[in-house]
Design a protein. Structure first.
Length: 91
């Protein structure tokens, strides 16, 4: 049976006005590294004002950017530890 060795917590903050939502994501890794990412969403002027939907879209975009930052970080660590250029990591 596998047991969790570590846990990650992502913090999300949102800033909103009537037309835009901005999301900021922060992940603190166990080694003290912080990875940050941002996402945005815009409401079309004829759409209903639904702040939760804007948060979901902006949050998803921030998390997607966060995932890409983590892949890049892992890729760089592979290169440093192996002393060679590794193949890109794709999602």
């Amino acid at each position: 049976m596998m047991h969790p060795a570590v846990g990650w917590h992502v913090e999300m903050e949102f800033m909103e006005d009537d037309q835009h939502t901005r999301a900021a994501a922060l992940l603190r890794l166990p080694d003290g590294t912080e990875v940050r990412a941002h996402g945005t969403a815009s409401r079309y002027h004829t759409d209903n004002n639904q702040p939760r939907v804007g948060e979901e879209i902006a949050g998803a975009r921030a998390l997607n950017e966060l995932a890409m930052e983590l892949l890049t970080k892992a890729h760089e660590e592979i290169d440093v530890s192996s002393g060679r250029i590794s193949h890109p990591i794709h999602m």
